[in-house]
Design a protein around this ligand. Structure first.
Ligand SMILES: Cc1ncc(COP(=O)(O)O)c(C=O)c1O
Length: 327
């Protein structure tokens, strides 16, 4: 039994669990995809599950303004901006990068949402993010509002409930399909999806390995970050779980050139999956992670493989700014 904290109903869930027939045949392993790219049309992806809890907390605290941050093409910022519009909350996005002259992908949708957008040069953003967010929150207070700051990717002790809840949903998928997956694999960018699934798997007593494929940063960084999120959650909500007892696995072999930079193989994988299974990944998160998963299976490095579940965490809009790479 897992008692979830109160949440808003914002995501189109449960999402389907779909078997990839042709890829499974090719690899000789059943590959299932948890279709979290279908959690909403413009709210698509993993973020809306986390934001159901983060925004519920914001409303409980009487906030009328949401501030959050991420890269210029952040899926999380796009989902937050549009949910803010849906809920009648003001939103400020603090974005890393230079505003595109012609807005594309998520940044275009941010613009349409009516959110206040502030862009910062990457170095300034990285060095001063905490003080930038504080200054934005103070500016809201000075105007008589109350701001709620959601950290990068809503990956904290509140947001990770989204994927604890998703683990519960997946338990029902597994029962329905009569499978006991050996691995559940996902892209790890700020760590919250993995933290939630790892905590959920622990609380549900799964023997399944929850494996995060890093898309930026290295294994040690994410081992620490995922445990930090779990610790924050257990302390805040008074759970008796010790994060050291939660199994956390990260593979950082497929980060490639860096965050939001991918090798040709990733673009080829995106095109292949779209044409063979009708599923569209993205070059920043899911394409890298899925390419990594297939490579690990083919090389025999992933051991004890039975049924494997890949969590499709969305990101479709992230393809458009890379249109040249598909040429
Ligand atoms: C499409 C997509 N997939 C995966 C991730 C990674 O999830 P997390 O930030 O929870 O590690 C993100 C965000 O960072 C994302 O936007």
């Amino acid at each position: 039994m897992i008692d979830l904290p109160p949440k808003l109903d914002l995501a189109q869930i449960p999402t389907p669990l779909q078997l990839l027939n042709r890829v499974s045949k090719e690899l000789g392993v059943n590959i299932w995809v948890k279709r979290d790219d279908l959690t909403g049309s413009v709210l698509s992806g993993n973020k809306v599950r986390k934001l159901e809890f983060s925004l519920a907390q914001a409303l409980r605290e009487g906030c009328d303004h949401i501030i959050t941050c991420g890269g210029l093409q952040s899926n999380h910022c796009r989902a937050t901006a549009l949910l803010g519009a849906q809920l009648g909350l003001s939103v400020t996005l603090v974005l890393r990068g230079h505003a595109e002259e012609v807005a594309d992908g998520n940044f275009l949708l941010d613009r349409l949402s009516g959110a206040t957008i502030k862009t910062f040069a990457p170095r300034d953003y990285t060095q001063n993010l905490t003080s930038i967010l504080e200054a934005e929150a103070n500016a809201v207070s000075e105007q008589g509002g109350k701001a709620f700051v959601i950290p990068t990717g809503a990956s904290d002790g509140v947001g990770i409930w989204g994927y604890v809840a998703a683990a519960k949903e997946m338990q029902e998928d597994f029962n329905r399909h009569r499978i006991l997956p050996s691995h559940v694999v996902m892209a790890t960018g700020s760590g919250g999806t993995q933290a939630g699934l790892s905590l959920g798997a622990h609380l549900l007593g799964w023997e399944t390995q929850i494996l995060g494929m890093a898309v930026c940063d290295d294994e040690n960084y994410f081992l620490r970050k995922v445990r930090e999120d779990i610790d924050e959650c257990t302390q805040r909500y008074g759970l008796t779980t010790n994060s050291e007892d939660v199994s956390v696995s990260v593979n950082d072999r497929y980060v490639g050139p860096g965050y939001a930079q991918a090798d040709d193989e990733v673009f080829e994988m995106i095109a292949k999956l779209a044409s063979t299974e009708g599923i569209v990944l993205d070059p920043v998160y899911t394409g890298k992670a899925f390419y990594g998963l297939v490579s690990e299976i083919k090389s025999g490095r992933l051991t004890g493989v039975r049924d494997v579940v890949f969590v499709h965490t969305g990101g479709v809009f992230g393809n458009f700014p890379f249109k040249q790479r598909f040429a």
